[in-house]
Design a protein around this ligand. Structure first.
Ligand SMILES: [Zn+2]
Length: 287
């Protein structure tokens, strides 16, 4: 059932071609349209990410819109549910099926103790796979929190170990998001300090059985992102990349120009930022 899975196909091609897929957390239709327009303008594959917040906010409606945009684009675009931390959300999202909903889901059970985390990850991975949906998981724990994610604000990071890679790969997951110094949101005064030796040992341990994902890219310099791609990372998650310019535009022009004009300008601003990130990740002119 996974042989035609869009997320798997997009990330396999990226890893083989040594480029990264810009995977954009979207909160509204402007952002969703911006991803598709950027991808089509740059002839680049892409991924649209929604948080489980989208389910709470709009049930399946924003998801249906995103799936329609992603799957009707002239370049490969997959729809992915990021950081799904409750089994109920995951089953709801998986039941929509990949045509009306997600091509892949991040089963994030990192708030449970390890044995329970592994048990739930395995059970939910099977549930998703039976419906043709690929699965991402996070061994260890990526530090920090993001807007729209419940209960992750105070989590202390735990680096991913090679043993955990093996344990998680055995659950049947397709994509693995390692913690190797990456932080959600702000990096703080220490700045960006990624452990590339650890990332390399994680890659060795995975032995090509899963694709690797980078979370926590805010303020990470382009050359550091490119170095992650050289070390086998194929999915590059971004959030503030567009959330920040959107907020700035809202502050500057919200209520001062017609709403329709604001929406169009916001879409353009976000599209520009995504296209820039596609250049950084080397995914342009690949389709
Ligand atoms: Zn994340």
């Amino acid at each position: 059932m996974l042989s035609n899975n869009r997320s798997i196909k997009i990330l396999e091609a990226a890893e083989k071609g040594r480029y990264g897929i810009v995977s954009v957390v979207c909160y509204n239709i402007e952002a969703i349209l911006a991803v598709a327009r950027a991808a089509e303008a740059q002839r680049s594959p892409a991924m649209i990410l929604l948080f489980p917040w989208a389910i709470r906010y709009a049930s399946s409606h924003l998801i249906a819109f995103a799936a329609s945009v992603a799957h009707s684009a002239s370049v490969p675009i997959a729809l992915h549910l990021d950081h799904a931390a409750s089994p109920e959300d995951i089953r709801f999202a998986a039941d929509l099926g990949p045509e009306r909903g997600f091509d892949s889901i991040m089963v994030d059970m990192s708030h449970y103790e390890k044995a329970e985390n592994l048990r739930l990850t395995k059970e939910l991975t099977t549930y998703c796979h039976e419906r043709g949906i690929a699965v991402e998981a996070e061994p260890g724990r990526i530090e920090g929190g993001e807007d729209g994610l419940k209960g992750t604000e105070d989590l202390t990071g735990m680096m991913t170990t090679p043993e955990e890679v093996e344990e998680f790969v055995r659950t049947g997951i397709d994509f693995l998001a390692p913690a190797f110094g990456n932080v959600h949101g702000e990096y703080g005064p220490r700045g960006v300090q990624l452990e590339f030796d650890r990332l390399e040992s994680i890659r060795q341990e995975a032995r090509g059985r899963v694709r690797l994902v980078l979370h926590g890219t805010t303020a990470v310099p382009p050359e550091t992102i490119q170095r992650c791609i050289e070390h086998g990372v194929s999915k590059i998650n971004v959030n503030k990349l567009i959330a920040r310019p959107y907020a700035e535009l809202l502050r500057e022009k919200g209520g001062k120009i017609p709403t329709t004009k604001f929406m169009e300008e916001a879409t353009c601003v976000m599209q520009e930022r995504i296209e820039w990130q596609m250049q950084v990740c080397g995914s342009v002119a690949k389709v």
